[in-house]
Design a protein around this ligand. Structure first.
Ligand code: HEM
Length: 477
């Protein structure tokens, strides 16, 4: 490869909708918000620190200014609660879970679950993550060379498998495929921005997406009920593993002695299964796509994997420096959570502009991570921005794949560790090629995924690196 060719590759701009010159009209924005919200952003959003405008959602302030974001998410959090629109979209079943809970309910739950996400506990999950990755690779190795797979589906499978081996440590009690299909269907149907939700029409009016999700929601409700019943039996026999589910069921308020309600337990089981696997799966899927378009990074990651996967599993994730840089760049260009929102409880000032009570404040990672004032060559794939030496120069409030402040993603370290281990194990053995002629298009359906999945062709690496046997990956004791 000549130097000139390298320069062209480094400047590759992965697919993204072109920012609009002007905002959409009322009807068109209702349609676009339902179909794919990332297509609604205008050039002004990518160029200005704040854009305040009346919209179909009421007065909306779109923020891309680090200081203003700090004010909303850290300094003045009491004034900004999770907004009604996201509560309507997520639906009543999840309101009592950690993602949507507010005030004391949120504080109690977050305190309760924190011990499962300390650096030490997350590191102890590394062997289980490596076993799940190894299982996937072993399954792929059994397929014939050149076989077409849907990387999106397989990443969802491996991420769910990880949850079933860690936070729900005796498994989810159902076939992984049934689970991923049910959850995926919810993301595509029930958890979409419904026109009736945008217009704030009464909850008793049936939402088409929610109707289409009825069978998958029934499946989930039954699966959760079985999971909880089985675990209660283990608890009563003193045989329960120490994991998220046991914690949820055994938690007692130190003052009142009361436990979580059945609704809170169920909401959190679904919250953690949904929030804990679809997002990580999407980060992995996007990373696989980006690497497949960059022979340079594909080669660098394969070499790093060969070196680092020979080390003890507990230290692998931190040593996978280039792999993590690619994952961070993937989450910059394609943030799995592509926007966050809050509602102002009272007036405030942001970027010298007056924010009125009830304003919907949106921080779209999709916009922030490609903002013209915050990034050089914002649309270019360049993982070296996240390599040590450069990473430290990125403003803490300009890059928010996991959010920020008290409500920052509780699973951030868990997700990064899992994604690094899985990506390295895949790239050690395989090179993935995008199916010829397939057009990759990002769509935001609660999370950001490639429309219609990601069809990839599996190619074994010609330079075979010895795979470590699964037994070696088990914790040493
Ligand atoms: C790449 C993977 C992930 C991404 C990009 C991601 C992103 C996010 C973001 C942006 C938020 C903040 C939302 C807001 O402030 O409005 C959040 C919250 C949350 N995430 Fe994640 N997440 C990921 C993985 C996980 C995992 C693996 C788990 C659990 C095992 C998880 C569980 C949660 C929970 C429970 C919350 C709510 C926290 C709270 O409000 O206290 N996430 N996530």
């Amino acid at each position: 490869m000549t130097h000139g060719e390298t320069a062209v590759r480094v400047r590759w701009r992965p697919p993204a909708p072109v920012p609009r010159d002007a905002p959409l009209g009322l009807l068109a924005s209702i349609v676009a918000l339902h179909d794919n919200p990332i297509t609604t952003w205008t050039k002004a959003h990518f160029e200005e620190p704040i854009v305040i405008a009346p919209s179909v959602l009421g007065t909306v302030a779109v923020l891309a200014d680090p200081a203003a974001i700090r004010r909303v998410f850290v300094e003045n959090t009491a004034n900004y609660r999770k907004d009604d629109l996201q509560k309507r979209i997520i639906g009543p079943a999840l309101l009592d879970g950690l993602v949507e809970a507010e005030a004391e309910q949120w504080k109690t739950q977050r305190r309760l679950m924190a011990p499962l996400f300390t650096p030490r506990t997350v590191a102890s999950f590394a062997p289980a993550m490596a076993v799940a990755a190894e299982d996937l690779v072993t399954r792929w190795l059994r397929l014939r060379e050149g076989r077409l797979i849907d990387a999106q589906k397989d990443m969802a499978g491996v991420a769910l498998e990880v949850l079933g081996r860690t936070l729900f440590s005796d498994g989810l009690g159902r076939g992984t495929e049934d689970f991923t299909a049910a959850i995926s269907r919810n993301f595509e149907t029930a958890w979409r921005v419904d026109p009736l939700d945008i217009l704030d029409l009464p909850a008793w009016l049936p939402r088409l997406g929610k109707l289409r999700a009825r069978s998958s929601q029934k499946f989930m409700a039954q699966a959760v009920e079985d999971l909880v019943a089985r675990r209660k039996r283990l608890i009563s026999r003193g045989e329960a593993p120490h994991d998220l589910l046991t914690l949820l069921l055994e938690a007692r308020d130190p003052e009142t002695g009361e436990g979580l309600s059945n609704e809170e337990v169920s909401a959190n089981v679904v919250t953690f299964i949904g929030a804990g696997h679809e997002t990580t799966a999407n980060a992995l899927t996007w990373a696989l796509f980006l690497v497949s378009q960059s022979p340079e990074w594909d080669e660098r990651l394969a070499e790093e994997a060969a070196r680092v996967l020979a080390l003890p599993v507990e230290v692998q994730a931190e040593q996978l420096v280039e792999t993590r840089a690619v994952l961070e760049e993937a989450m910059r260009l394609y943030p799995p959570v592509a926007s966050m929102s809050r509602q102002a409880e009272g007036p405030d000032d942001l970027c010298g502009r007056r924010i009125r009570k009830d304003t919907l404040v949106i921080v779209p990672q999709w916009v922030l991570h490609r903002h013209r004032r915050l990034w050089t060559e914002p649309d270019v794939f360049d993982p070296s921005r996240f390599l040590p030496g450069a990473r430290e120069r990125i403003d803490r409030f300009a890059y928010l794949p996991f959010g920020v402040g008290p409500r920052i993603c509780i699973g951030a370290a868990f997700a990064l560790q899992e994604a690094a281990i899985v990506l390295a194990n895949i790239l050690l053995r395989f090179r993935l090629e995008l199916k010829p002629g397939h057009e990759v298009r990002p769509v935001q359906h609660l999370t950001l995924r490639p429309k219609g999945g990601l069809p990839m062709i599996l190619r074994r690496r010609s330079r075979v690196v010895r795979a470590r046997p699964v037994e070696e990956l088990q914790p040493s004791g």
